[in-house]
Design a protein around this ligand. Structure first.
Ligand SMILES: Nc1ncnc2c1ncn2[C@@H]1O[C@H](COP(=O)(O)OP(=O)(O)OP(=O)(O)O)[C@@H](O)[C@H]1O
Ligand SMILES: [Mg+2]
Length: 423
């Protein structure tokens, strides 16, 4: 394939990948939502099928004598218990860490989701605002060398989320699974030395919720291990039978499945109170009834707010604090533009009451003259997939087509060219 504009225009669909700790979002540019959201874990188990061919001696085959592994990807496969299947995450600190595992996910994306060959599609990847140069170059190399993509581009996820909300300049508050970050974006570029992040995100809430539920003695057996259950009364001991397995699922699988169980509780029950947690105020708010996979069910009232308060009550790590700190680190001239475009994105920002509380906490920390405006997409899809949607829009606009790093440029200048093309 020659360089030129062969990949430009819309005769060949560009793809957008948005990796996170919770999931990888993947789909076609120009579409409203990703084709798939793939959990960001890979199940690895020894391949039992190899044992079925005893007549092939290891030295006669290409199969080395080390045991071969089989990989399990996506919800259905992950949620099925299997002997010796361990679950691994390939992300660390918002960045891709385990490239072999990540390639398994990419292979799966092309085979099963996109169902087309990688050499035909330009690829736009989102990246964490603090991604390392070495990691950016490694991804570039993998995409051109292994997947033979005709063109490639990398954009900071915060810039894409701003873009998805119609802003080139914004203070982007992204609350995901492993962290919440405040990232100033100016004319489409991240101001790196003013980004502030905290480790308080969805995983933290799930951890706290799990501790609380275990403490009050609630059985968190995941539905994947439950064969049947009976209807019981409110707060009565659950009556259920477990599936009969001939093996013990691995600890990593159990931990993941319990996390999914608590995640559903978190999403259905937790709520951030409008002002700092006050037992007397929240006890007047109607409680929420919740049923666990075992069939056990009860009302939750003040604990709903107490748990969610953890996202805001930390002196230095609360979402309002990091937002104000980040804006405060930017040049005083651009602060008004940031305050008037506070973009809220990330799945964890969907915890009920999150945006109202952030608005309150941030306004207490901004000059009274500042015009504070919070921009949060109403739809859950737009909110959770903000960066992906921004990538989808960017990769399909006409003037962007000359921005791609082409295969020809890669061949001529190498992977370090990405740092010039995508600063
Ligand atoms: N409707 C909802 N209500 C509450 N929390 C939600 C909701 N939907 C998703 N979440 C939470 O959002 C988190 C995932 O958010 P997101 O998809 O933005 O993370 P990510 O980008 O994959 O992870 P990270 O930013 O840590 O790399 C999970 O903790 C999930 O439980
Ligand atoms: Mg994220």
């Amino acid at each position: 394939m020659s360089g030129g504009m062969l990949y430009g225009g819309d005769e060949i669909g560009a793809l957008v990948f948005d990796p996170g700790h919770h999931s990888l979002r993947v789909g076609y540019a120009q579409e409203d939502t990703p084709k798939a959201e793939i959990p960001a874990v890979v199940g690895v188990a020894p391949d039992e099928t190899i044992k079925l061919e005893p007549e092939v001696k290891p030295e006669e085959s290409n199969v080395s004598s080390t045991p071969q592994n089989k990989y399990y990807i996506d919800t259905t496969f992950l949620h099925t218990p299997r002997p010796n299947m361990e679950l691994h995450s390939y992300m660390k600190d918002g960045m891709i860490e385990n490239w072999d595992m990540f390639e398994k996910i990419l292979d799966y994306s092309y085979d099963k989701i996109i169902q087309s060959e990688s050499q035909y599609h330009p690829v736009l990847f989102s990246e964490s605002p603090w991604n390392h140069r070495q990691k950016r170059e490694q991804l570039t190399e993998i995409m051109f060398e292994k997947y033979k993509v005709p063109a490639f581009f990398l954009v900071k996820n915060a810039a894409l989320a701003a873009f998805a909300n119609g802003r080139a300049t914004a203070l982007v508050i992204d609350s995901g699974a492993t962290h919440t970050s405040a990232v100033p974006v100016l004319d489409g570029y991240v101001i790196s030395n003013a980004l502030v992040k905290s480790p308080l995100g969805g995983d933290y809430l799930i951890l706290r919720a799990r501790e609380m539920l275990e403490q009050i003695g609630i059985d968190l057996t995941p539905s994947a291990l439950i064969a049947s259950k009976d209807v019981v009364r409110d707060k009565d001991k659950p009556k259920f039978t477990k599936k009969k397995l001939s093996f013990q699922p691995s600890n990593s699988w159990m931990t993941y499945m319990v996390k999914k169980t608590v995640q559903d509780f978190q999403q259905s029950v937790l709520q951030v109170s409008e002002s700092p947690y006050d037992e007397r105020i929240v006890s007047n708010i109607p409680s929420v009834h919740y049923e666990f996979p075992t069939g056990y069910h009860q009302d939750f009232s003040s604990e709903r707010f107490k748990l969610a308060e953890g996202l805001f009550d930390h002196a230095m790590l609360g979402a309002g604090y990091i937002a104000a700190t980040s804006a405060g680190m930017c040049d005083v001239d651009i602060r008004p533009a940031l305050y008037s475009s506070v973009v809220l994105t990330g799945g964890n920002s969907l915890v009920q009451g999150f945006s109202e509380r952030l608005n309150r906490d941030l306004s207490l920390r901004t000059p009274s003259s500042a015009r504070l405006k919070m921009i949060a997409a109403n739809g859950t899809v737009e909110r959770r997939f903000g960066a992906w949607v921004g990538g989808s829009i960017l990769a399909s606009i006409g003037t962007f087509q000359q921005m791609w790093m082409s295969m020809q440029e890669y061949q001529e200048s190498g992977k370090s060219q990405i740092d010039r093309k995508c600063p």
